[in-house]
Design a protein around this ligand. Structure first.
Ligand code: GZL
Length: 327
């Protein structure tokens, strides 16, 4: 009996010793350090600007540069392609080589981007399409920020319908051939134009004053001044066309002009009676571009399509609004 009690005591002692000596539970894993969020100070953004063809473009470039400075980003890689797609493509390839964080591309034309956007994707660099659209596969870019160009065209048609209730013959001076802005505006305009208004001719002025003036001179030589209206795809070209109209003895209001952008130059042309309606197209996209770029750097979800809210401006309050215009 004593032996049994002794054995039990020995077992209990051994169990308690083993229990104490049991290997310690594995230490709780160190909490994985949450990945530090990127900030604007970490950002290198590539902006291969398409050109400097218009006041709109100048304001767009200023918005990008000023926002970059205000946010204190690490580096803005900015270039001017002088409205040549091949220059934009070269600039993008240079940015890929530099290993930028994000590419924000304002494409001069819709087509021809698939190859270089694929190169950016393969390099792991997200792309934001800014302003005009591209025909490339949507999987090749993260989002588009810009205007609804077709809606701008539709709004212009509504104004021309209002200005020419009895119809008439009009001419169109369009933007850069193949650009999303020119394609969309022309399509939207024709979709909503009344059937009693006939577009008797259209020519591109490439969004510049210098190229639109000779186009208007040629129109006047061919059709005389027996035209009732003009649809012009941006204010810079409208100002160039107005120079030709003045030289031909046309007076403000003789021909109804509907333009696009809403620049200071467009507002002044409304005040002077030349333009009867100016469809807004907002170039001040800098804040939206950088906000979206930072989300992409941090792998956060983003909207695929961010459209700018726009309106139509009229001569009636152009003088009142001009001082507050930012572009
Ligand atoms: C439109 C923009 C156009 C402007 C022009 O979003 O791309 O290009 O309407 C500019 O003034 O040149």
């Amino acid at each position: 009996m004593k032996k049994l009690v002794l054995s039990v005591i020995i077992c209990l002692v051994l169990v308690s010793l083993i229990g104490c000596a049991a290997p310690a539970a594995p230490a709780a894993p160190e909490p994985t350090a949450t990945k530090a969020k990127k900030t604007y100070a970490d950002m290198t953004l590539c902006y291969p600007q398409l050109g400097a063809e218009s006041d709109w473009r100048t304001a767009n470039s200023a918005s990008i540069k000023e926002t970059a400075q205000q946010l204190g980003i690490k580096k803005l890689v900015f270039s001017d392609a002088q409205q040549k797609p091949e220059n934009q493509i070269s600039a993008i390839r240079s940015c890929i080589q530099q290993g930028v964080d994000v590419i924000a591309l304002p494409p001069v034309v819709e087509d021809g981007w698939d190859a270089v956007l694929t190169e950016a994707k393969n390099a792991g660099i997200p792309v934001i399409i800014v302003d005009r659209s591209v025909s490339a596969d949507p999987s090749l870019y993260a989002a588009h920020i810009g205007s609804n160009m077709k809606l701008e065209g539709e709004r212009a048609a509504a104004e021309m319908n209002r200005l020419l209730p009895n119809g008439g013959k009009i001419l169109e001076i369009s933007g850069t051939t193949g650009s999303g802005a020119a394609v969309g505006r022309a399509e939207g305009f024709r979709a909503k134009l009344n059937s009693n208004i006939q577009i008797i001719d259209t020519q591109t002025g490439n969004f510049t004053r210098a190229e639109a003036k000779p186009v208007m001179e040629a129109f006047l030589n061919k059709y005389g001044t027996d035209i009732q209206g003009l649809f012009i795809h941006n204010d810079d070209m409208a100002i160039g066309a107005i120079e030709a109209l003045k030289a031909a003895g046309v007076k403000p209001g003789d021909i109804k002009i509907v333009s696009v952008d809403g620049t200071r130059g467009g507002f002044q042309a409304m005040i002077d009676g030349w333009i009867q309606a100016d469809v807004e197209c907002n170039p001040l996209l800098g804040p939206q571009v950088f906000e979206l770029a930072l989300k992409l750097m941090n792998g956060e979800p983003v909207e695929r399509e961010i459209l700018t809210n726009e309106t139509v401006y009229y001569p009636e309050n152009a003088a009142e609004l001009l001082p507050s215009r930012k572009y």
